[in-house]
Design a protein around this ligand. Sequence first.
Ligand code: AHR
Length: 631
Amino acid sequence: QNLVVKANAPIADIQPTMYGIFFEDINFGADGGIYAELVKNRSFEFYKPLMGWTTAMAPEGVGSVLINNREDAQSANPRYAAIKVNGGQLSMVNEGFRGMGIKANLDYHFSVWARQKEQSNLSLVVELKNAKGEVVGSTTVTPQGTEWKKYTASFKSSQTDAKGQLSVTFKGQGAMDVDMVSLFPGDTWKNRPGGLRADLVQLLADLKPGFLRFPGGCIVEGHDLSVRYQWKKTVGPIEEREMIVNRWNTEFAHRLTPDYYQTFGLGYYEYFLLSEDLGAEPLPIMNCGMACQFNTGEVVPMDQLDPYIQDVLDLIEFANGDVTTQWGKLRADMGHPAPFNLKYVGVGNEQWGTQYIERFVVFEKAIKAKYPNIIVVTGSGPFPDGADFDYAWGELKKMNAEIVDEHYYRSPQWFRDNATRYDSYDRKGPKVFAGEYAAQSVAIASPDNKNNWDCALSEAAFMTGLERNAEVVTLTSYAPLFAHVEAWQWTPDMIWFDNLRSMGTVNYYVQKMYSNNAGHQVVPMLLDGKAITGQEGLYATAALDKETNEVILKLVNTSNQSKTTNVAVEGVKKLASRGKQIVMQADSKDAMNTLDEPTKISPVESVIKVSGNKVNVTLQPMSFTVVRVKK
Ligand code: AHR
């Protein structure tokens, strides 16, 4: 097939935000996932206060564990464990999040808030154990005094085990109160104490994402408004952050996760820091005064929206305000005096109907009045082809909205058919944020959905349409991002992990090929004078990289025949005689990566020869190819 690229006729700039990340604490994405805390229910605030803990004593009856509540004194973290021991020993064992992933020769950092009772001399023997219950590392902590104080101690693990556990044994005579019992590995991302799991962040960093959307998803909304995401409760000292039940706690019967809570160790400060580390624009999505419409549909009356709006304004101050402002000072106190340079704020996740639009109008007006340069992102509901979607778009166009967030969890076929979706979008209307999308191999939210090659290749085909329409589409993100293999509620997901290992799915590598080869300007790429949108299974787009002076071709062959394409690049004097070819291919639509073979299907790079201004690219059956050639 003869294809033509018009390298001197750019259609539009590809925004640096084009390929980003959607983060939500679903599938143990944060607690039990990227947030490296190993102790589950460290502050006894779960619905069942000792969930995750078992107690044992010797001799039997020698002591007791009672959960006390000091709600009046400390409403954010009211419960603590009151321990009594009369001469023997009492142990509390924490099971971790489906076990604790521990590594040989790695340092582990234990901490606890504690106070002795008068006349008491209890010590804590802290032991890391393997799955068999054998001690693989230990230390002892002896709290002093009757005031609450944080104690820390470190030790090494002598073994690697995906199912470790932490035992804390109280020895001696007396009584003691403990809270915030915590254990972190010493290999967190950038070695930050209390930080993030480095292998998972590295997978994100490798994507070189343009933005980081957080904290969701449905958890922005909550089942009801009392458990909506409130950023102010997620900043400041960790022991003062108020934990809430996760929106995905036991949501789907096929994967019960009654132990799913949000401790907010990964809170808004950490999200901003992560965005900065990744070189990604932070994109917080804020509650718009509505709970999840799939659940209660609870809304705040229009005349009581002020606190919700104030939360958005204060967040902008937290991110960008100088250190003399109330919220800017908090950011500085937390360790980041320089502003985070927030540019975008989303209002509402998947909301629809008149209730959403009338609320959005009020938010947008207030945000723009105080921060005219902040770009406000609006939603369009979860049904991309339905009446609600059309209504939202109609209203948002009238309002001249800036960016509209569209979500689609659809079949692979839908993705292939929708490579032309944005060809007809109004170039002068609102920009599009494809904020959540993923091909579903069975059906939306089916537990049987797979991260297979059919889905990933269909997404690659669809994404040619995103890029070709960069004039309209300015931000895109696959969703959901993370899933723990033993604690998920939703599939497919971009990155899967267990307590020690992690892997990018085939969908991850498609995203990576796009984001690592985005380019700066989209140029026409034609077959018989037309955009290449699925003719005999061929999808393609072309871009220019202004920094490296390269032409970038992206070619997707969804057919099961190999194809020889002859790409003539017009508008250049000559191309370099060699370029780079990056190919992803699988022989079966069902092919997938696994934790045992994490890169089985991943991009393979080779040299491609170029003659004059022509590149001959052989596209393997069911393959995605990127070619980069210098002009
Ligand atoms: O990504 C999973 C969920 O899908 C998100 O929380 C929600 O926005 C969408 O319905």
